[in-house]
Ligand binder design. Structure first.
Ligand code: SF4
Ligand code: SF4
Length: 247
């Protein structure tokens, strides 16, 4: 079972597989792909972008994110809000390229590949596959530059993103989640605060009551207050241990 999209068997690629791709300003398509796209934002994507922009997570979500619920699981699906211009342009694209390149989201780093991650039928063995996106207008895929997927992940700084995205996957596929029933409002709120709205979550966890209940020592308290990646790790761990206790 894989978190969507699920590629056909024949389209599945693995770390040692190769693909051709090069993206550069000389291509006629340069920048044209950064418009009218569904770009999912995972918790770590939001962390990197809001810190790059030096804005509060609440303001980031209000200004740059779209919020939907997955109809089967009830999990929130956060995506990048395109502008309301004629082309539905990404708010971060400029004539020179991506203005948030250093902190661009997972989907933009992976492009022209997609990644599906989940568990095999036994519910225990992790499953991860890559696939070529359907990108007929992208001239970059016709370039002769051969890439190995494992090298692409390194080159694009994807390993840290995948590490955090996998932690979110573990929550979606949590063994205690009731697969027959979508999440309720309280569970959705908890997810939104603990891993998407980190600046609000920080106030929540630095509250003496939470510190006591969750047994957070002084060193961790200092780390959490200064380092958003430590805060997100705590948020994901908090979800992992508390989200499905009443199901
Ligand atoms: S975030 Fe950057 S790479 Fe991604 S769609 Fe926007 S401009 Fe393009
Ligand atoms: S369409 Fe492909 S080659 Fe062209 S700018 Fe986008 S990613 Fe690069």
């Amino acid at each position: 079972m894989l978190l969507n999209p699920v590629p056909l068997l024949k389209d599945r690629l693995y770390h040692s597989d190769t693909f051709t791709f090069a993206c550069h300003e000389k291509l006629a398509c340069f920048n044209l792909c950064c418009r009218n796209k569904f770009i999912p934002l995972m918790p770590y994507d939001v962390l990197r972008l809001k810190n790059f922009l030096h804005i509060h997570s609440d303001d980031f979500l209000a200004q740059y994110a779209l919020y939907n619920l997955d109809k089967d699981t009830g999990f929130p699906i956060i995506s990048l809000k395109m502008m309301e211009d004629e082309h539905k342009t990404c708010p971060f694209v400029s004539l020179k390229g991506c203005n948030v390149y250093k902190d661009r989201p997972t989907a933009c780093r992976l492009y022209p590949l997609g990644r599906a991650s989940g568990f095999k039928e036994d519910g225990i063995t992790k499953d991860e596959v890559f696939f070529r996106m359907d990108t007929p207008a992208c001239l970059g895929v016709k370039e002769k530059n051969l890439k190995k997927i494992a090298d692409w992940l390194d080159e694009q700084g994807l390993n840290i993103y995948i590490k955090f995205n996998n932690k979110m996957r573990n929550i979606v596929f949590h063994p205690k989640r009731n697969k027959e029933r979508p999440l309720d409002d309280q569970q959705v709120k908890k997810i939104m605060v603990a891993c998407y709205n980190l600046d609000i979550f920080k106030d929540f966890v630095l509250n003496p009551e939470f510190i006591k209940t969750y047994n957070i020592n002084k060193d961790n308290r200092i780390k959490i207050s200064k380092d958003d990646t430590a805060l997100l790790l705590l948020g994901l761990d908090y979800l992992n241990t508390t989200l499905f206790t009443n199901q």
